[in-house]
Design a protein around this ligand. Structure first.
Ligand code: SAH
Length: 422
């Protein structure tokens, strides 16, 4: 921790300055902290901190120069004059207008490499080479909602439902965090009222007592009081997508008004949560203007992290025959999001990997994205959390950790959320 000035806390990480968003009430300049998503989750005694930093130093600078070398390698592409003008402005610090966003999205296919490479440059400049690698545990596939795109919706009678017991959630979360080093974990479920505020708070407190981490809830539209209680219990992250910025499409697919979901997201942000949000890209009927609005809404909600998932049709839903968007369109949207909102993390969601394959993850990480999630749901439930088909499950979580770390290593990115050797 370097300084606190006018409510802003700045930390130093091998010379990089990073701003904290909250959790620094009880720390002072000179203290050493572990922070996730801009939130302090643990203070570390000076000796232990110096030891950790020393062990990391060589790897940190090696990774940084690998990232810089790749930036140079990917910088030689050409593009149309219109695209170049907008990109130049974005790289010199100008905020993209709605027209800029629309123009980039509609730019010729041949401009894609140029746009992605610029987004990667901006990622490196504004976010450095840090990569968040969060774990996700899907603890219940019961859901009270009937979202037309989602395979675990209440109206799917064919799905075998499961709920993890509070004790099992606590033990499993603590176990994976301790064993694999995860410092940020998402607990996700359908909208399942059987876990009330008291139960979820109990789960959070027990987990956090045994292992400090950024605990992120992804439980949908639950009452604001419940979220307030969870915050008081130490939960600091909320993953909740707005799905689409198109009001009529949203209410058709979701059976409720978009305003409710968006105002919940804003409330959570106000409450102090690190928010992860975004759209479901490529929902049937989506127009180019919708995609632009989705990107603009995501940025205007000012989340810690953007999570834009590609829609994948599920056979047990009303949208079963709908196509997904192309990899090129998805990459362009990711890059434009980065150009619009340079300072925030952008996730490569699991659905992306399912749809386009693991090799494409590398391309996304070179197009402005910088974070990944690893599925940590216990094996016996994994296949049942089928929000979309073909969700990848690994016999061994550690194999997935290994290949994601080796990809980050290859790209010169430093995983900031799992304390692993690189
Ligand atoms: N019930 C919670 C969280 C679980 S669903 C909520 O509503 O927030 C998590 C996310 O899965 C959803 O926000 C949605 O964006 C995504 N999802 C649902 N169906 C999908 C599909 N068919 N393809 C890709 N992603 C999907």
């Amino acid at each position: 921790m370097l300084s606190i000035l006018k409510g802003r806390a700045i930390i130093d990480y091998f010379g990089d300055k990073r701003e904290l968003s909250s959790g620094f009430e009880n720390i002072k300049p000179g203290d050493y902290v572990v922070a996730q998503g801009g939130i302090v989750i643990e203070t570390v005694p000076e000796d232990a901190a110096k030891e950790i930093l020393e062990a990391w130093r060589e790897a940190f600078f090696r990774l940084k120069s690998a990232d810089e070398a790749l930036l140079l390698k990917n910088s030689g592409n050409e593009a149309s004059a219109e695209t170049k003008t907008i990109i130049e402005a974005a790289l010199s610090g100008k905020t993209l207008s709605k027209t800029d966003v629309q123009t980039l999205l509609a730019s010729p296919a041949a401009d894609l490499a140029f746009i992605c490479s610029a987004a990667n440059t901006l990622r490196a400049r504004e976010q450095g080479n840090s990569a968040c690698v969060h774990g996700i545990i899907e603890f219940s596939n019961f859901c009270a909602s009937s979202c037309a795109y989602c395979g675990i919706n209440a109206a799917n009678p064919g799905l075998k439902r499961y709920r993890m017991e509070p004790k099992e959630i606590i033990e499993h979360t603590v176990d994976v965090s301790k064993r694999l080093g995860f410092k940020a974990i998402v607990l996700q479920s359908g909208e399942d009222d059987s876990y009330d505020a008291k139960t979820l708070s109990h789960i959070a407190k027990k987990i956090l007592k045994q292992t400090p981490m950024l605990l992120i809830m992804s439980i949908g539209e639950r009452p604001i009081e419940l979220y307030r209680e969870l915050y008081a219990s130490g939960v600091r992250g909320a993953l909740i997508r707005f799905e689409t910025s198109n009001k009529s499409r949203y209410s058709k697919l979701h059976n409720s008004p978009l305003e409710e979901r968006v105002s919940l997201i804003k409330e959570l942000k106000k409450m102090g949560y690190a928010v992860i949000t975004g759209s479901l890209a490529g929902l049937p009927g989506e127009t180019a203007d919708d995609s632009a609005e989705d990107i603009l809404l995501s940025a205007s909600l000012s989340p810690e992290m953007h999570s834009m998932g590609p829609f994948i049709a599920h056979r047990d839903t009303p949208l079963k025959d709908a196509a997904s968007i192309s990899l090129e369109t998805y990459l362009k949207e990711t890059a434009v999001l980065r150009l619009l909102d340079p300072k925030k993390s952008i996730l490569v969601p699991s659905a992306f990997e399912t749809l386009y394959g693991f090799d494409a993850v590398k391309t996304a990480l070179l197009s402005g994205a910088n974070s990944m999630m690893i599925n940590l749901t216990p094996k016996e439930y994994g296949g049942l959390y089928s929000i979309y088909p073909g969700k990848q499950h690994y016999e061994e979580v550690s194999a997935d950790v290994e290949r994601k770390l080796s990809l980050l290593n290859e790209l010169g990115r430093a995983p900031t959320d799992i304390g692993i050797k690189v």
